[in-house]
Ligand binder design. Structure first.
Ligand SMILES: NC(=O)CC[C@H](N)C(=O)O
Length: 390
């Protein structure tokens, strides 16, 4: 049964709404996503940990949910805010409704919220903490709660979503998991790899579609926890290392930055989103919080080497500050054409490159899929892809 709910932002703004799934009270940063489809991928993307998400597309739920379109094993968002929920899904792949899915996950879904007003407000005022509640409908009390406690800055959320133990990725699912207390060995990591390129994925909250796109290139993948040390990774003698996306403030994940510094020059490295932010820091740069972030499936990005523009899928609230990339051996490879922020880096000598956006899409356009081929070529040649583009 629908219950009255209230969303309160830390600046005092109020958005009345009602539930279509769950109830309770939750505090998180509120952000908006402009993708027209792909709500299940958004809900299960671990990069959204610590955030409640609103979709700007006004009708959500019309194709239900299924078993395949997941980006991780759980619903990761703190709450889901929509304009209008569609209670009668119609799609041949649907196995449940979105409401059932959120209920089971224990995540609140609300509708009848003025998502256009909320989005315009966040665009003007910037990202904000918020509280969504069905228990406390007192505006003053909720606004006060929204303003309390830490926001996103300085908080390491990677530890909440990184895998507990290394595992092998099989085509479309998690395969063998390393037994508790067992040491990570080359025997475990690559025993069935054969002649496939052997890649270690550092899991900061990896989206499954990245793993799917990598296996599509015939890579053999072992996924390891974010805290795995560089020497443990190098002992596996991989052909390359992939740094995943992930939630929260990249500046708080210092241990991964340290690992990247130690890996650079010893193995080819490719990073996406948080992975890019880790590499950016390891190359001497620093990150900052964007006013309201990029979350959607139509962000234009220019590849500066080829001049081509890609329409990209994105989900990030932080960004590497281009001004802080001063090493002459590092080049900015991609720029966002909306706000001219940094979207990609490439080392000129070492086999290291990364992008802020999501070439695996899911949801989104596939324009940037070629980057996985660049990674493959870089592993083969040992040279950075800047050579490619010249
Ligand atoms: N998708 C991601 O990896 C997000 C990276 C980081 N948490 C940010 O918000 O900028």
């Amino acid at each position: 049964m629908a219950r009255k709910a209230l969303l309160a932002l830390e600046d005092g703004s109020l958005f009345p709404c009602r539930t279509f799934a769950g109830s309770g009270e939750v505090k998180a940063e509120v952000c908006f996503n402009t993708s027209m489809t792909g709500y299940q991928e958004v809900l299960t993307d671990p990069s959204y940990k610590g955030q409640m998400v609103t979709m700007t597309y006004p009708l959500i739920g019309n194709y239900g949910v299924n078993q395949e379109d997941v980006e991780s094993v759980a619903v990761q968002v703190s709450a889901f805010l929509v304009k209008e929920y569609c209670p009668l899904p119609s799609n041949f792949r649907a196995t449940a409704s979105l409401a059932q899915y959120l209920e089971e996950a224990g995540v609140m879904g609300v509708e009848a919220l003025d998502t256009r007003m909320l989005t315009k407000h966040l665009r003007t005022k910037g990202a904000m903490q918020a509280v969504l509640s069905t228990e406390d409908l007192d505006p003053e009390s909720l606004v006060k709660k929204a303003g309390q406690g830490p926001g996103m800055v300085g908080v390491d959320l990677v530890q909440e979503v990184s895998c507990a133990r290394p595992y092998i990725w099989e085509e479309n699912r998690i395969g063998e998991v390393l037994a508790p207390g067992e040491k990570l060995t080359r025997e475990f990591a690559f025993k069935d790899a054969g002649t496939k390129p052997k890649v270690v994925v550092i899991d900061c909250g990896v989206k499954f579609n990245i793993l799917r796109r990598l296996t599509h290139r015939d890579f053999h993948l072992v996924v390891v926890p974010a805290k795995t040390r560089a020497e443990e990774i190098l002992a596996l003698e991989p052909d390359g290392v992939f740094l995943s996306n992930g939630p929260g403030d990249p500046a708080a994940v210092t241990y991964v930055v340290e690992t990247v510094k130690q890996l650079m020059g010893k193995t080819p490295i490719f990073g996406i989103c948080l992975g890019h932010q880790m590499i950016g820091q390891a190359l001497g740069g620093s990150t900052f919080k964007l006013k309201f972030g990029h979350r959607g499936a139509n962000q234009p990005v220019k590849d500066l080497a080829t001049g081509k523009v890609e329409i990209t899928s994105q989900n990030h609230g932080f960004c590497v500050d281009a001004k802080t990339i001063t090493d002459p051996d590092v080049m900015v490879s991609h720029l966002n054409l909306n706000d001219h922020t940094l979207e990609g880096l490439c080392h000129k000598e070492l086999p290291v490159f990364c992008v802020q956006y999501h070439p695996e899409a899911s949801p989104g356009p596939h324009d940037s899929d070629y980057l996985f081929d660049r990674f493959r070529k870089m592993m083969r040649t040992g040279k950075p892809p800047v050579v490619d583009a010249a």
